[in-house]
Design a protein around this ligand. Structure first.
Ligand SMILES: O=C(O)CCC(=O)C(=O)O
Length: 329
């Protein structure tokens, strides 16, 4: 799998999404799975040392271990998941996470879809260990732009959703509404399941297409635009539906690549930070034909993410979405 064919690019442009089954060889994903396993191991060992965990299921698989912990104690399960997700969902920033974001096989596809070799990656990536029964595993209909700044509503930001196990309808893969992305951003509401934004069914953009089940095997990925409506259904299996979702954009799309927060920004500086699509998290160059020296290395990536995380004054996008209206039914 290298760059995409024109037919695949056209399909993405027309439908608003593309599912590829073979972006990676399954072995390519092993290092990230192992990195998550090691982090879970460390967290469970610490919890055992503190006396809050009796059984840590060391022989259980990547697909099952957290499920066992969660079933024994929701609180303990949540503590491990929180370690991986961090406060906003993209807390894990190990070297293998960085290698995944910058994987050459992935960037070849990303280049085809953003239409430029100048590619910016974003700290708006999320780690999702979707344990059966976990409330926030069910994500209501939304467009990713509902979470971004208005200035980026007409820009292309690419979401790449990568399962670390086979993702099926049974274990709660995503559903996507095809051919709706060209109608722009629709009204979102606050107060959807687990605090997510939600597009009400009656407010979904009209499209002749029916929702598609975005099942994808290990090694594959789902590519979507920031205006493609999608949702995530319950995990009915007895295993964890692991995935990561990453985001990319061309270098001409508003970003914060040139900015380093110092923690004492004045009003004018803070305003500058608001000129990115998602101000509170760090953007960084992942590929550049024009300025290869600007491509970020791992150490700088870690420092940059930390610098943004520490500055609480860089505001989240405020879109003015109103709460889900009360319905008579
Ligand atoms: O992984 C999921 O279940 C939901 C992902 C999602 O909604 C997103 O990537 O925007």
């Amino acid at each position: 799998m290298g760059r995409l064919t024109q037919e695949q690019i056209d399909l993405f442009t027309d439908e608003g999404y593309l599912i590829l089954d073979d972006v990676f060889a399954p072995d390519d994903l092993q290092p990230l799975r192992r990195e998550f396993e090691a982090r879970i191991d460390r967290k469970l060992a610490a919890m055992q040392a503190e006396g809050c965990l009796t059984e840590s299921y060391p022989d259980e698989s990547f697909e099952r271990r957290l499920t066992r912990i969660y079933r024994d104690s929701k609180e303990n399960g949540e503590a491990v998941i929180a370690e991986l997700e961090g406060p906003a969902g993209g807390g894990h920033h190990g070297i293998e996470m960085f290698r995944m974001i910058t994987h050459p096989k992935l960037l070849a596809v990303v280049e085809s879809l953003v239409g430029s070799p100048e590619i910016i990656g974003s700290s708006v990536y999320r780690v999702r260990p979707k344990v059966p029964g976990i409330g926030r595993g069910v994500v209501p209909w939304h467009q990713d732009s509902g979470y971004f700044m208005q200035l980026c509503d007409t820009q292309m930001i690419l979401t790449v959703w990568i399962p670390l196990v086979d993702a099926t309808e049974h274990n709660g893969c995503m559903q996507i509404l095809p051919r709706a992305h060209r109608q722009g951003l629709v009204t979102h509401h606050t107060g959807g399941n687990a605090g997510f934004l939600v597009i009400e069914d009656t407010e979904l953009p009209p499209t002749p297409a029916q929702p598609v089940v975005a099942a994808v095997p290990l090694g594959g990925a789902v590519f979507m635009t920031n205006l493609t409506p999608h949702c995530s259904t319950p995990n009915y299996s007895d295993g964890i539906r692991w995935s990561v979702d990453l985001r990319y954009q061309g270098a001409d799309v508003p970003n914060n690549v040139g900015l380093w927060p110092a923690g004492e920004e004045d009003e004018a500086q803070l305003e500058q930070f608001q000129m990115a699509c998602y101000p509170p998290e760090a953007d960084f160059m992942v590929q550049s034909a024009r300025h290869p020296a600007n491509v970020m290395d791992y150490d700088t990536f870690v420092k940059r993410r930390a610098a943004f995380e520490q500055v609480k004054s860089i505001a989240y996008p405020k879109r003015g979405w109103t709460p889900v209206p009360l319905h008579a039914d």
